[in-house]
Design a protein around this ligand. Structure first.
Ligand code: 5GP
Ligand code: MN
Length: 339
């Protein structure tokens, strides 16, 4: 993969561009994609942003979110954007399978594929890009890319909003270890460019519907299990709960972090029966590597301290497999976190 700054000559003349992200995109996937969109638009390119699936309502305020093409519900529009595309940007994922039903179409494309991402173990499919697992977020990498291209003058307030949204969510509001001094300097720069951070926090974190909060209460009371001897907390959500509380895309976001707030917990697992598959979310503290854990047991991956996976077994069977996997990792899980 050639370094990202080598795309500069490709951007000199207007091109047909597609920007895409992982399925069920989070604020980082959407924020970084839309930041890139707003930059490329100022340069006169013809750009379509495609999401493999729908995205959470609480991201609808992002500037340009209304232009995002959902591949599942707007397949014709997405297909015509891919027809004759000259540059493909892949943001916040590094393996094509993460674009779900869009993946076979991306695989066939002959145009240069550009990666901007911070997950572990990228596929060797990409021609240009940056894959930096130390970065707090893909949004931070988009910001740094604009500087590397010498194009920082294009960072408008809209772009600042998109970048901030991706960064604040992926850093757990600037608390994870990935929140480097560089991240804080970037935010200062974004504020100099007009960013009003409190509005973004409100848009993201104070935008729940009542049912979502009640679902959280219900889950904490009835669905949480703590395995103190393994320093692990788990929550298994049956499909009936998703129906009962009328949950929409994105409504389970952040739930797994509650588990990690229990004293001494090293690994947290949220296991949700989504009907088409069982989705797993893992978080850890300190030296327990959930990327390896998710890859080994649940066809997944991600980061060292935050990863995801899936299972085609029933919820009950998946929970049993999780407990078995936890037991296999007893030695790694038993050490208490050194503070
Ligand atoms: P979440 O638990 O929020 O869905 O995902 C946590 C992290 O792991 C995110 O960075 C996400 O992109 C990544 N991730 C989630 N599911 C998968 C998966 O199935 N495969 C891979 N490689 N990464 C995943
Ligand atoms: Mn990310």
């Amino acid at each position: 993969m050639k370094p990202i700054e080598e795309i500069k000559p490709l951007l000199v003349t207007p091109k047909k561009v597609v920007i895409t992200m992982h399925q069920k995109p989070d604020a980082d996937a959407m924020g970084s994609s839309l930041a890139m969109y707003h930059y490329l638009r100022q340069k006169g390119h013809d750009i379509t942003v495609i999401s493999p699936t729908n995205f959470p309502d609480f991201l609808a305020w992002l500037p340009g979110a209304d232009l995002v093409v959902d591949f599942e519900s707007m397949q014709d529009k997405a297909m015509s954007a891919l027809e004759g595309v000259e540059l493909l940007f892949c943001l916040d994922f590094n393996a094509l399978y993460r674009t779900k039903n869009l993946a076979p179409y991306l695989e066939q494309l002959k145009c240069p594929k550009i990666l901007i991402d911070h997950h572990l173990e990228p596929q060797p499919t990409f021609d240009y890009g940056v894959s930096d697992t130390k970065a707090s977020s893909t949004a931070q990498l988009v910001y740094e890319t604009l500087y590397k291209l010498g194009e920082e003058q294009y960072i408008t307030e809209e772009i600042a909003q998109c970048i901030y949204a991706g960064t604040v969510t992926d850093t757990g509001s600037f608390r994870f270890a990935s929140t480097s001094a560089r991240v804080h300097r970037m935010v200062a720069d974004l504020m100099d460019r007009g960013l009003k951070h409190e509005i973004i926090h409100q848009n993201i974190y104070d935008n729940f519907l009542e049912n979502r909060l009640r679902f959280i209460g219900h889950s904490l009371l009835h669905r949480m299990e703590v395995f103190y001897e393994y320093n692990t907390a788990m929550m298994a959500i049956p499909y009936a709960d998703l129906k009962r509380f009328d949950l929409q895309t994105g409504d389970t976001e952040g739930l797994v972090n509650f588990l990690l707030s229990i004293q001494g917990i090293k690994m947290a697992a949220l296991i949700i029966d989504r009907r088409e598959e069982v989705k797993l979310s893992f978080r850890s503290k300190g030296d327990f590597d959930v990327n390896t854990f998710a890859r080994k047991y649940f066809e997944g991956g991600g980061h060292f301290n935050a990863a995801g996976g899936r299972s085609t077994d029933t919820l009950e069977k998946t929970v049993q497999r999780f407990i078995h996997a936890m037991e296999e990792n007893e030695a790694l899980l038993q050490d208490h976190i050194k503070v």
